[in-house]
Design a protein. Structure first.
Length: 374
């Protein structure tokens, strides 16, 4: 008999720890055929309603490292979140809720971990960035293990769960990735520029780790090497080049379109017409050009949920949504850095779109892009 000890972890801004010890010895009535059940049915589905992209990469600092990210995916409201798959629910329709929950803890997918990462389309069990700079993330853990209470209890009842009560507030299920500038450059050609040429070699993916190895493991696969199955959702992205950037290298700062696909079958899960995308220009802290209080449109609500932290603010610039970052600190890091002087001329901290050339990594316009479903 093997005992497993799990720690239930919620990433992001809130942490909820529950240590569970359970034994793999639960018996069900013979007529349920549990001994053969679950060998070919993956029990979980994660459906998200928002993905966001903050184009200024490599921003770190001692003030609050959670003030910035590169990519974020989250379920913000019902009917989105984690649920049991339709096939699993159909197979267990005669189970009691207790039996269904015990089955989650005792089938081959027990302890599944929900992850968010950039994956290689030809080898989905690998992350793209095998070697990353300090502070960059290979993968983000949205939630684990899915087979542990209190989540498993709610799932066994047939609920779709997008948040769990924390010590102070509810935690929304989300995953974030934060890459340095050099790491962004390493995947930009495949993830960003490849999308423009319909030749992406990598994809953003929500996957499930089997939980059999260290918590830091990146493999999202189940089964022996000769029959590996990767379950989850691929996010196919389209980026646009911003018009004001006239330097020699192209920059893709706006996420303008996405659709999703099933990683196991390759079939589309959603079409691009089911998503709306908004691109908010980022202004430095204290910049008065991003001001006012926008109306509560769907775009604003989605943007509000995508802000990296409450220290970000939303305003209007030329009647378009904009955001202001919480700091302008060239030492600790921010979206904009003061460019060096050129023949006694001090270039501006931020170059507005369409107003001239800019220096990459310093004053080129940055964007917070959000694609969402109503």
């Amino acid at each position: 008999m093997i005992k497993k000890t799990w720690t239930f972890f919620l990433g992001g801004l809130s942490f909820l720890g529950i240590v569970l010890i359970f034994q793999n010895c639960t018996q069900f009535p013979a007529q349920t055929a549990v001994s053969r059940f679950g060998e070919d049915i993956f029990p979980y589905t994660f459906d998200f309603d928002q993905i966001s992209f903050l184009s200024c990469a490599g921003v770190k600092g001692a003030v609050n490292p959670n003030d910035y990210y590169t990519f974020q995916v989250q379920a913000t409201k019902p009917p989105y979140g984690v649920r049991l798959s339709e096939e699993f629910m159909a197979k267990t329709k005669f189970f009691t809720e207790t039996q269904r929950e015990e089955l989650l803890s005792n089938n081959q997918y027990a302890g599944a971990i929900l992850q968010f990462a950039i994956r290689d389309n030809q080898q989905l069990s690998s992350s793209v960035l095998e070697s990353v700079s300090p502070g960059s993330q290979k993968a983000s853990y949205i939630l684990f293990p899915l087979s542990s209470p209190p989540l498993s209890t709610l799932l066994a009842q047939g609920q779709t769960v997008f948040s769990l009560p924390g010590s102070a507030s509810s935690y929304r299920f989300k995953g974030t990735l934060n890459f340095s500038s050099s790491d962004v450059a390493s995947f930009e050609s495949s993830l960003v520029q490849g999308a423009l040429q319909n030749s992406q070699t990598h994809t953003l993916a929500i996957t499930y780790n089997d939980g059999s190895s260290d918590v830091g493991a990146l493999s999202p696969s189940f089964g022996p090497e000769q029959n590996i199955k990767v379950f989850g959702t691929g996010i196919v992205t389209t980026f646009a080049q911003t018009l004001s950037e006239t330097s020699n290298s192209p920059f893709y700062r706006k996420l303008i379109r996405i659709y999703t696909k099933d990683l196991l079958s390759g079939k589309p899960l959603t079409s691009s017409s089911q998503w709306s995308c908004v691109n908010a220009l980022v202004f430095p802290q204290g910049d008065g050009r991003c001001a006012g209080v926008p109306s509560n449109t769907l775009d604003k609500v989605a943007l509000q949920k995508a802000l990296p932290s409450p220290q970000w603010t939303i305003g209007l610039y030329n009647n378009q949504l904009c955001v202001k970052e919480p700091r302008t600190d060239t030492l600790n890091g921010s979206c904009y850095r003061q460019p060096p002087k050129q023949n006694n001329y001090q270039p501006p901290l931020m170059v507005l779109p369409g107003s001239g050339s800019c220096k990459a990594g310093y004053n080129c316009p940055e964007y917070l892009s959000v694609c969402y479903r109503p």
